[in-house]
Design a protein around this ligand. Structure first.
Ligand code: NAP
Ligand code: MG
Length: 521
C-alpha cells in the first residue's frame, strides 16, 4: 500500500487515542486512503462522548465499552457505557426541549421543516465519510452504504421535512351553537431503540417523522454499531436543531430498558427482535406510553412456473443475500412451483457461489462479514441444526475464512415445515427452498408463520399476482421484484412483525396526538 506523509501524520494523530492496533489494518483494507475514509477513521478513533442537551458528555459511571470492526475482529472505537442515570438526564433534557415555550416548539412548521431538510443535505455532503463509518462499524460493503443506506437516509429526512407543514386537523360540524375542530400535536418525548443492521438509516426512519411531528428524542443505538448515531448528532446540531431535541445515549440493552420504562417518555419506537419488542411492550405499561414496533420476519417468496426466471432468480437471491441476510424483510423462505424447482435452486445457488465475500472497505466486495461473533455463531448454529434435521446444502453452508465474521451465502433444500431453519428468523445469508404443487397450499404455507412483515410473488400472470398478494398476510408484498423501499411507502408488519408503520404519511401520524377543541358560540 502506498503511504503518504499525510497518512503517517494521521496515523500519529490517532495513535494516542486508540493505539495503532486495528487502525493500520483498517487503512490497509481501504487500499486507497481517500480523505473521507480518513475522516471516518479519525471519527472512529476519537475519544467518544454521548450527546445530551447539546453537550458531549461521558457516562455518569465513567464506564466505556468497545465496538469491533467485524471484518478484522479488531477494536474500532470505545464509547461511553450509558446507563439508567444517563438515560434519565437525556429524557429530562428532551422534556425541557419539549416545553411549550422552548425554541423547538416556538419554531413555525416551516422553520422546523427547513432544519430537518438541512439534516438530509448534510448527510449527502458527508456521504462518503458516513458510508465508511457504516462499513467499519457494521461490516456492510462501502458501495452498499454509499449508494443505499446513506442516500436513503437523506431522502427520508428530505421527504419527512415536507410533512412538517402539511399535517392538518379538520373542522367538525356540530351545529350552530358550537365551533369544533381537531388539531394534530406532537406526542412528546420519544425513546428510539434500534438494531445494528442499518445504524444510520434506522435513525432516519425514526427521527425524520418524529421531528416532522415536532417531538423531541432520545436515541439508544445498538451496542454493536453506536458510531453513526453519534455522527448524526453532530450533523443535526450543525443543521440547527436546538439543544435537547436530539439526545444520543450509547450503551447496552439495560440503557434501552431504562429508556422504554422511563415515566417521562411518551412514546417508544423500536426496531429489533420480536423478543425484545415484547419486553418493551411490558416496560411501556408503567405510564402506558405509545409503542411502535418494527420486528422480525421470516418472509416467503413464491415463484410460479410462469415467472420470468431471468428476473426472478437474481431477485429471490438478492431478497435473502442483500445486507448479508441481516434485513428484517429478507426473503428467507423460497417456495418454487415443482416443475421449475431444480432450475431455480441451481440458479440461486450459482448466484450464491458467485458472490464475492470480503471486508466491506474493499471495492471488489459484494458481501461483508456478519456484524458480530454472536451472530456468526448463531447463524452457523442454525445451519448445523438444519443439517442435523436432514436438510441438504445446495450452496455455502459454512464459515468463510477464519478471520472476520464471514458466512458463505447458503441455500438449504429438503427442509420440512417443522424445522427451526424454516420457522425461525435466522437473520443471516441462509435461504430455505421448498417445492410446491398447489397455489392454495403454497399460500397457506407462506402464511403459516408468527411473522408477517413482507412477502414476494413472481409470476407473469397479473391476476395471479394480485390474487396472491391479496391473500398473503404481510405488511409489504413485492411483485416481480424484492426490496423496493421508498421514503413515501409505508413499511411495517402484520402479526408478530410489529405495530404501526414506518415511512410515508402513516409514520408521521404515529408521532402525533389528535386534540378535539370545542367552543360554545
Ligand atoms: P435486539 O436484542 O432486539 O436489540 C435491538 C436493540 O434493543 C438494541 O439497541 C439493544 O441493545 C436493545 N435492547 C436489548 N434489550 C433491551 C431491553 N430489554 N429493553 C430495551 N432495549 C433493549 O436485537 P439483536 O440482539 O441485535 O439481534 C438479535 C436478533 O434480533 C437477530 O438475530 C434477529 O433475528 C433480530 N433482529 C431483527 C431486526 C429487524 O430489523 N427487525 C434487527 C436486528 C435484529 P443492545 O444492542 O445493547 O443489545
Ligand atoms: Mg442484543
Amino acid at each position: 500500500m502506498h503511504r503518504s506523509t499525510a497518512d503517517d501524520e494521521f496515523h500519529q494523530k490517532v495513535t494516542d487515542t486508540r493505539g495503532p492496533l486495528g487502525l493500520l489494518k483498517d487503512m490497509m483494507l481501504m487500499k486507497q486512503t481517500s480523505s473521507s475514509s480518513l475522516r471516518a477513521l479519525e471519527f472512529a478513533a476519537r475519544s467518544h462522548r454521548m450527546f445530551i442537551d447539546g453537550e458531549w458528555v461521558p457516562a455518569a459511571s465513567g464506564e466505556t465499552f468497545d465496538t469491533i470492526n467485524p471484518a478484522t475482529e479488531e477494536l474500532l472505537a470505545t464509547v461511553p457505557k450509558g446507563g439508567a442515570e444517563d438515560i434519565d438526564r437525556a429524557v429530562r433534557a428532551a422534556r425541557k426541549a419539549f416545553e411549550y415555550d422552548a425554541p423547538w416548539r416556538r419554531m413555525t412548521p416551516s422553520e422546523r421543516g427547513k432544519v430537518i431538510h438541512r439534516i438530509g443535505d448534510l448527510i449527502l455532503e458527508n456521504a462518503d465519510e458516513l458510508a465508511m463509518i457504516e462499513t467499519l462499524d457494521n461490516g456492510k460493503p462501502f458501495s452498499v452504504a454509499r449508494h443505499g443506506d446513506i442516500p436513503f437516509a437523506a431522502d427520508v429526512f428530505h421527504y419527512m421535512s415536507g410533512w412538517a407543514t402539511k399535517v392538518e386537523g379538520s373542522s367538525i360540524p356540530l351545529g350552530q351553537k358550537y365551533l369544533a375542530f381537531t388539531q394534530k400535536e406532537p406526542v412528546g418525548v420519544v425513546g428510539v431503540v434500534i438494531a445494528w443492521n442499518f445504524p444510520l438509516l434506522l435513525c432516519a426512519w425514526k427521527l425524520g417523522p418524529a421531528l416532522a411531528a415536532g417531538c423531541t428524542v432520545v436515541v439508544k443505538p445498538a451496542e454493536q454499531t453506536p458510531l453513526a448515531a453519534l455522527r448524526l448528532a453532530e450533523i443535526a446540531r450543525e443543521a440547527g436543531l436546538p439543544d435537547g431535541v436530539l439526545n444520543v445515549v450509547t450503551g447496552y440493552g439495560d440503557a434501552g430498558a431504562a429508556l422504554t420504562a422511563h415515566p417521562h417518555v411518551d412514546k417508544v419506537t423500536f426496531t429489533g427482535s420480536t423478543e425484545v419488542g415484547k419486553k418493551i411492550v411490558h416496560a411501556a405499561t408503567g405510564n402506558l406510553k405509545k409503542v411502535s414496533l418494527e420486528l422480525g420476519g421470516k418472509s416467503p417468496n413464491i415463484v410460479y412456473a410462469d415467472a420470468d426466471l431471468t428476473t426472478a432468480i437474481p431477485a429471490v437471491a438478492n431478497a435473502i443475500f442483500a445486507y448479508h441476510g441481516q434485513a428484517c424483510n429478507a426473503g428467507s423462505r423460497l417456495y418454487v412451483e415443482k416443475s421449475i424447482f431444480d432450475k431455480v435452486v441451481v440458479g440461486v445457488s450459482d448466484y450464491a457461489n458467485s458472490i464475492v465475500l470480503g471486508p466491506g472497505a474493499e471495492s471488489t466486495t459484494q458481501m461483508g462479514p456478519l456484524v458480530s461473533d454472536e451472530q456468526l455463531n448463531r447463524i452457523l448454529g442454525y445451519i448445523a441444526a438444519g443439517k442435523g434435521d436432514g436438510a441438504q446444502i445446495a450452496a455455502g453452508g459454512e464459515r468463510h475464512g477464519s478471520k472476520g465474521y464471514f458466512v458463505k451465502p447458503t441455500v438449504l433444500t429438503d427442509t420440512r415445515p417443522d424445522m427451526s431453519v424454516v420457522r425461525e428468523e435466522i437473520f443471516g445469508p441462509v435461504l430455505v427452498a421448498m417445492p410446491f404443487t398447489d397455489a392454495s397450499d403454497v399460500i397457506r404455507q407462506a402464511n403459516d408463520s408468527p411473522y408477517g412483515l413482507a412477502a414476494g410473488v413472481f409470476t407473469t400472470n397479473l391476476s395471479r399476482a394480485y390474487t396472491t398478494a391479496a391473500r398473503l398476510q404481510a405488511g409489504t408484498v413485492y411483485i416481480n421484484q424484492y426490496h423496493m423501499l421508498n421514503a413515501a411507502l409505508p413499511f411495517g408488519g402484520f402479526k408478530e412483525s410489529g405495530w404501526g408503520r414506518e415511512l410515508g404519511r402513516l409514520a408521521v401520524d404515529d408521532f402525533m396526538e389528535s386534540k378535539s377543541v370545542v367552543a360554545a358560540l
